[in-house]
Ligand binder design. Structure first.
Ligand SMILES: Cc1cc2nc3c(=O)[nH]c(=O)nc-3n(C[C@H](O)[C@H](O)[C@H](O)COP(=O)(O)OP(=O)(O)OC[C@H]3O[C@@H](n4cnc5c(N)ncnc54)[C@H](O)[C@@H]3O)c2cc1C
Length: 470
């Protein structure tokens, strides 16, 4: 076993404690995203399409439905407030990939990966067009992702021919982009990722939906779903919605369909936000091309700049809490925040003395195939999409189109693809889930300490096309 660079070059624990001392447990993005609140449902209503869930999946479904058919009556029901969950807490990497990266796509759907990549890039281009068309103010910047090797064994994973939009960078070149003594090589993919302000994106999508005529309801939890004679009835405490069609966009939260209860597990991901960098601090690290930044280990970090030059730093610890529940108390995990703060100071020793202002956690809807799955129920009147596994900012818009295609009975290149038609294997019920997931996490951490070498458990899971990721 070898130490990783984050252990070999760990900063003094007192610097870590100082950096975290004044941080608040608040989601920076939500605090920084003014949005109009919607009323709760207080009477029975009728709709052509009812959407359950007010994250990106629900919001994109509402917008795409109105764009396809402006006359359609669309109602969206959100249990809490729009964008409060993963959609308002994420890293804001808007990635083209629909398959949680090339390697996962290549392993599962090699024969159609070219099509899936093309659909993913088209989806990202259309998001960019949508942002421009509706004047969405969400700090959208298409700066690409810079992946970096921080251990020698990772360098060959990045090597290979460069193209204009996908460039290999040796140690000197990568440090000319973003200056960290831990960076040994990099690969900058320039078109496949944009960055966005996640909280503002959710608020702005809600504004666009409202302007297109969608009726939004917050603080309206759907408790039950029944089949009616000519549609579906959704029951909430304040009233019922009778709808011809229903789209379920409830992500990691308990599904209204029993069949989907074991299809995702909640995995907690932890995030820190620094204070805005001074001009000298910016100069010391470079980063003038403002790429999204990620390293390559199984337990990887992601980071990026905000519009006011803070650094968001998240990832690494992906924690599954035994029992598979979603609980606010899981969001306070000092060990994870300390680890992240320490790793940021290892990455950028030039920033010694920097303070974190915000710390928060979000829940990732991990599925055994690491990307969204889709389906219908109740004789085609209910569609669902879930399981984005930490890569859903862009893929939720694709998922919206899949659900709308399915609900309209359309045969499209999306609905024909094997990726869309296939359902993944479920996770085992508890307590087997805890044992399996925690053994897998342990094995992934070990692999990161053994130059990437995977043990028998990981090799077996790889062969079965199963696994655990964030
Ligand atoms: C910390 C973190 C970092 C991430 N970083 C990235 C990233 O950089 N790039 C990326 O692509 N992805 C990232 N992701 C993943 C991405 O945020 C999600 O895939 C995406 O936001 C999922 O959107 P959603 O609408 O499906 O789910 P959510 O945003 O979780 O929304 C689901 C909504 O459904 C509501 N709901 C549930 N049940 C009911 C009910 N019965 N009645 C009414 N409402 C209900 C919930 O209240 C919730 O608001 C990250 C996730 C986390 C947590």
């Amino acid at each position: 076993m070898h130490d990783t660079v984050f252990e070999r070059s760990a900063p003094d624990p007192r610097l870590v404690a100082d950096a975290l001392r004044d941080s608040r447990r608040e989601v920076f993005w939500l605090e920084d995203a003014p949005g109009e609140r919607a009323p709760a449902l207080t009477a029975d209503v009728e709709a052509d399409l009812a959407i359950v869930g007010g994250g990106y999946t629900g919001l994109w479904t509402a917008i795409r439905a109105k764009e396809r058919d402006p006359g359609m009556r669309v109602v969206l029901l959100e249990a809490a407030t729009i964008g409060w969950a993963a959609s308002g807490r994420n890293g804001g990497f808007v990635e083209a990939s629909l398959t949680h990266g090339e390697a996962n796509g290549e392993r599962r759907w090699p024969e159609e990966l070219e099509l899936l990549d093309e659909l993913g890039m088209r989806n990202l281009d259309e998001i960019e067009e949508t942002v421009a068309r509706y004047g969405i103010r969400a700090d959208f910047e298409r700066t690409g992702t810079l992946e970096v090797a921080v251990e020698p064994h990772q360098v060959p994973w990045l090597e290979g021919d460069s193209t204009e939009s996908d460039v290999f960078l040796d140690a000197a070149a990568v440090r000319a982009e973003i200056d960290s003594p831990t960076f040994l090589a990099g690969r900058w993919e320039k078109r496949g990722t944009a960055l966005v302000h996640p909280g503002r994106l959710a608020a702005e999508l809600a504004r666009v939906a409202r302007e297109l005529g969608v009726e939004l309801f917050e603080r309206t939890r759907v408790r039950r779903l029944d089949s009616g004679t000519d549609g579906v009835v959704l029951h909430s405490d304040g009233g019922r919605v009778r709808a011809a069609r229903v789209a379920l966009a409830t992500n990691v939260f308990p599904s209204l369909l029993k069949r989907n209860r074991l299809m995702t597990v909640p995995v907690y991901d932890y995030v820190l936000m620094t204070e805005p960098l001074t001009t000298e601090q910016r100069r010391a690290i470079g980063w003038s091309n403002r790429q999204g930044l990620a390293d390559l280990a199984n337990q990887f970090h992601y980071s990026r700049l905000t519009a006011d030059d803070r650094i968001l730093y998240g990832g690494y610890d992906a924690v599954y809490h035994a029992g598979g529940r979603i609980r606010p108390r899981y969001e306070e995990r000092p060990a994870s925040y300390e680890k992240l703060a320490s790793h940021l100071l290892t990455t950028f020793p030039q920033l010694e003395g920097i303070r974190f202002t915000h710390r928060w956690a979000g829940v990732i809807d991990t599925s055994t195939r690491f990307c969204a799955f889709f389906g219908t129920a109740r004789r085609g009147r209910v569609a669902y999409a879930a399981g984005f596994t930490g890569l859903g900012v862009a893929a939720t818009r694709f998922a919206a189109d899949v659900m709308l295609d399915r609900l309209a009975g359309l045969d499209t290149e999306r609905t024909r693809s094997r990726m869309v038609r296939e359902r993944p294997l479920p996770f085992p019920p508890e307590p087997a889930a805890s044992v399996g997931i925690n053994l897998t996490r342990w094995s992934l951490d070990r692999a990161d300490h053994r130059e990437g070498k995977r043990n028998v458990l990981l090799k077996t899971l790889d062969a079965l096309g199963l696994g655990f990721d964030s």
